[in-house]
Design a protein around this ligand. Structure first.
Ligand code: ADP
Length: 588
């Protein structure tokens, strides 16, 4: 270390002489054997007595408990101790360092460390983590360089020295004993302060090659084997009661102290690394971290508790928000479902209305013929009635003639009544239903309605090729309307053609899982340009047409899960209108 200049020393001495004199007690932590306190620190006492002649500096040696009592009882003005004990007393009594020891061998801030030794033939012991389940010797539970420093490094490698070793044997001082115990194989490893093995080797007590350093590392400031990080050297500290003027004078004097026996003093080092060690090991000022009291837990885990509280608060806020949103969305969904139901009901209503109108329109178109049709039975009835009257006037009325005429009148009346009945049935307003329906039966009913209303109805042949187990689930009246529209359109298409082309065919068959119905005519057909518009509303080629029949048929078929389409006949004139519905399988 650098020697302070002569003038600086003279200045310090001058200042010091002005300080109020008296006896100054320096309490020294002296652990027996390791550092012979009186002889080691005597140069310091000598120097201080010489530098500050107004005072008589006295060295009092204490063990750990004794030094604590001395500080508590204000029996010491200055304290020289190891870094671990200093940090403990700093926390407990507020002692405060004024200088750090500076030795020739090391840097004051990185002077103390430990070396963990095993025998070189213990090939499985290479790092501190290998010590799990092994026997380890150390100085004492509170020894800084002789235990704590290494315990921290072990913890860093996942080994708790108190619980993960097979045995931790505290053998006290001198430390040589630890090295010897390792050598004899009494323990698997030993913790000693750094540089001790080198010192022993230089004295010829051991051979370094007989040992291995666990988790060895290097430090440019320390030319010895090392297993741990380095900590600041011993400090000298003042107590809360120490006169500040004296404290300042001592500090300045120590900083100015020329190197003596390889020892001098430098500005106080940072002892935070020592605090960190104590905190990690949860000892000394941080022993409370081990207490499992609510307060201890709170002190230790407050950042976590705070985090937990934040998470909990966040979660509650989130839950409330989500709940609120769910309620809002549910209400929106309910409203929109209600609106949809309303819209559906409206659509259904207007569809039913349209179907009804369409039925009336079919009837309207057929009504001319209907009048003619009804006229026929009425004329026959009139004729028979008049014949009976005439024969009664001429006296030629026989009982047989009355019976015959009455029978004819009744039959014709029934025929007319049947026509009227079917029309009323067809034209009435109704609500859609779904039931097992017989497709051929519905086609037949439609055919009879048409034929009943027309004087010269074409021949309509129904070919029912449907197997017995395949029916449809449908609204019979709606399907009947589809048939009526398709038949009427077919008849319109072949109206002006020769009678052999007027016949229609209705084919009902199974196609895979569906029932297919084809209404086939041989009429005028439709040209290719018109074909794509066939199912568009209001598309019509008839002067009095509405263009609604086919769109309505399509709606009805699609509402039944089916399909309606049209195509020109392959090899013959005319069109073929087809629809298919899912087959409702009946049990065999
Ligand atoms: P409308 O009969 O009132 O015209 P539709 O929707 O029933 O209304 O028919 C639309 C058009 O489709 C008809 O005007 C006609 O041009 C054409 N069409 C329908 N069926 C046939 C058919 N079997 N043959 C030829 N054209 C047809």
């Amino acid at each position: 270390m650098k020697k302070p200049s002569f003038y600086f020393v003279a200045l310090v001495l001058l200042m010091a002489s002005r300080v109020f004199g008296g006896e100054v007690a320096i309490g020294v932590f002296a652990f027996q054997g390791e550092r012979a306190a009186a002889s080691d620190w005597s140069p310091v006492i000598r120097y201080l007595n010489q530098a500050l002649p107004a005072h008589q500096f006295r060295l009092d040696q204490y063990d750990a408990a004794g030094l604590r009592l001395a500080i508590a009882g204000h029996r010491v003005d200055l304290v020289i101790t190891n870094p671990g004990y200093y940090v403990t007393m700093e926390a407990e009594f507020g002692i405060s360092r004024i200088a750090t020891l500076d030795t020739q061998e090391s840097h004051p801030a990185r002077a103390l460390g430990s070396v963990v030794l095993a025998r070189a033939d213990q090939t499985k012991l290479r790092v501190l983590a290998d010590l799990a389940g092994k026997r380890v010797a150390a100085v004492a539970p509170e020894a800084f360089g002789g235990y704590l420093v290494a315990a921290r490094e072990m913890l860093g490698q996942g080994i708790d020295a108190e619980s993960d070793l097979k045995e931790i044997r505290f053998v006290g001082l001198p430390m040589n004993r630890i090295v010897e115990a390792v050598q004899r194989g009494e323990v698997d490893a030993g913790i000693v302060r750094t540089c001790l093995p080198e010192q022993m080797a230089s004295l010829g007590k051991i051979r370094l090659e007989d040992f291995r350093v666990l988790s060895g590392r290097q430090d440019p400031d320390l030319p010895c084997a090392l297993s741990t990080r380095l900590y600041p050297n011993w400090p000298i500290a003042v107590t809360r009661q120490t006169d500040p003027v004296l404290a300042k004078a001592v500090a300045m004097a120590l900083l100015a102290m020329p190197e003596s026996d390889g020892m001098s003093w430098s500005v106080p080092a940072d002892y935070q690394p020592v605090h960190d060690l104590f905190r990690e090991l949860r000892i000394g000022p941080y022993a409370y971290l081990r207490e499992i009291t609510p307060e201890g837990l709170a002190r230790r885990f407050w950042p976590w508790l705070l985090g937990l509280l934040a998470v909990l608060t966040g979660w509650i806020v989130h839950t409330v928000r989500v709940e609120h949103q769910v309620q809002r969305r549910t209400a929106e969904l309910r409203d929109s479902l209600a609106a949809r139901d309303q819209a559906e009901a409206k659509t259904r209503e207007s569809q039913e209305q349209m179907e009804h109108l369409s039925r009336l329109s079919v009837l309207g178109e057929l009504s001319g013929n209907l009048a003619h049709e009804l006229n026929q039975p009425l004329t026959t009835i009139g004729t028979y009635a008049r014949t009976v009257l005439r024969r009664q006037e001429s006296g030629t009325l026989t009982a047989q003639a009355i019976t015959e005429a009455s029978n004819e009148i009744a039959r014709e009346a029934e025929r007319a009544g049947g026509i009227v009945q079917r029309i009323r049935h067809f034209a009435r307003k109704r609500i859609a239903t779904r039931e097992v329906a017989d497709m051929a039966g519905i086609a037949e009913e439609a055919r009879r309605l048409i034929v009943g209303m027309l004087a010269r109805a074409p021949e309509v042949v129904i070919e029912d090729r449907l197997p017995g187990n395949c029916q449809v689930l449908a609204d019979g009246a709606q399907l009947q309307q589809v048939f009526l529209n398709l038949i009427k359109n077919a008849m319109d298409a072949n109206r002006d053609l020769p009678s052999e082309r007027q016949n229609l065919r209705i084919v009902i068959e199974r196609q895979d899982s569906r029932v297919a119905v084809h209404v086939i005519d041989q009429g005028v057909g439709l040209d290719a340009a018109q074909l794509p518009h066939l199912f568009e509303p209001f598309f019509t080629t008839k002067p009095d047409g509405l263009g609604l029949g086919l769109p309505i048929c399509k709606t009805i078929i699609e509402a039944h899960g089916g399909r309606l389409w049209a195509e020109p006949n392959q090899d013959a004139p005319g069109m073929r209108f087809s629809f298919s519905l899912p087959c409702h399988e009946l049990p065999a």
